[in-house]
Structure formats: C-alpha cells, structure tokens
Design a protein around this ligand. Structure first.
Ligand code: 4NP
Length: 158
C-alpha cells in the first residue's frame, strides 16, 4: 500500500480538491487497494470542517466529490505517508521544518513539480480570499497534474 497526502494551509480548498481528483484517478485505474489518499493542512483553523463550499461547488461541477474533513498535518505523519505533496512553497517550508530526518524529506515534494504546464511556477494559488475564478484555476491545475502524479506512483507500486 502506498499512502499519499496532499498538504495546503487550511485543508479546506486546494488539498481537499487534490485528494478528490486523485481518488478519482486511482479509482478509474482500479488501484484503490494499492494507493490510499489523504489530505491535511499546516494550520489548525479548520480541523473537522468540510471543504469550502466554493471548492465543493467547483469540484461537483466537474463530477468530483469531496469527502475530506479538515485535519492538521503532524510531524508523526512523516512515518505514515510515502509521498507528501505540498500545494505551495510556504506549505513546503513548514513541512520541511517539521520533518524528522533527511530520509523522510525525500518523500516531500511540491505538487506542481508534476504539473506539465507549470512554466516554472510551482505554487497552486490560494483561492480562499479571492473570487470564484480562483477555484476554477485551482481545478485546472489539479486536474492536469494528478494523472502525472499517478504515473509517478505507478512506477513505484510495480
Ligand atoms: P487552502 O485555503 O489552504 O487551500 O485550504 C485556505 C483556507 C483557509 C485559510 C487559508 C487558506 N484560512 O486562513 O483560514
């Protein structure tokens, strides 16, 4: 079993969407018994909360259900996950600071390092304080990047 965790700041917008889209990619390939998907935030404000309504609406429009509840990433989680994907550079910095050892740091990567259209921009923009278009932009980035992450993981599963 490979365990993957997507991490953003609040765990109510970007990482729940990445979890939902990635779960769909995994299910489409029948790999749900081999790959387990989760998400978390570096912050603690939204522990127990469902995803932001605007993110849910965007996801649902594209046929994706979001089922996560907010949780905060803990240092011990480095021992639970094989791949930890930070949605932006500030999330990555916080994760690096709580990482217990250099070996575990190898499991930590930026989500958009897998984005074929990143053009050098490695942050998924935080949509929380912006307008509706921000959520659609996040969806587009996540939707084209998740299949690439699955390709990467499949090279490890087999
Ligand atoms: P997320 O967005 O990190 O994509 O879940 C945010 C959600 C909430 C807050 C910030 C970002 N907040 O400050 O409460």
């Amino acid at each position: 079993m490979i365990e993957v965790c997507f991490v953003c700041l609040g765990n109510i917008c970007r990482s729940p969407l990445a979890q939902g889209v990635f779960e769909k990619c995994v299910a489409d390939e029948g790999l749900q018994d081999q790959i387990q998907v989760s998400s978390a935030g570096t912050g603690n404000w939204h522990i127990g909360s469902p995803p932001d309504g605007r993110m849910q609406e965007t996801a649902n429009k594209h046929g994706v259900q979001l089922n996560s509840r907010g949780q905060q990433f803990q240092p011990a989680d480095f021992f639970n996950f094989d791949l930890i994907l930070a949605m932006d550079d500030s999330n990555l910095s916080i994760l690096e600071q709580m990482c217990p050892n250099p070996q575990k740091a190898e499991n930590l990567k930026l989500f958009r390092s897998f984005d074929p259209e990143n053009n050098g921009d490695l942050d998924v923009p935080d949509p929380y304080y912006g307008g509706g278009k921000g959520f659609e932009i996040v969806y587009e980035i996540v939707n084209r990047t998740c299949p690439k992450i699955l390709e990467f993981i499949k090279t490890r599963v087999k």
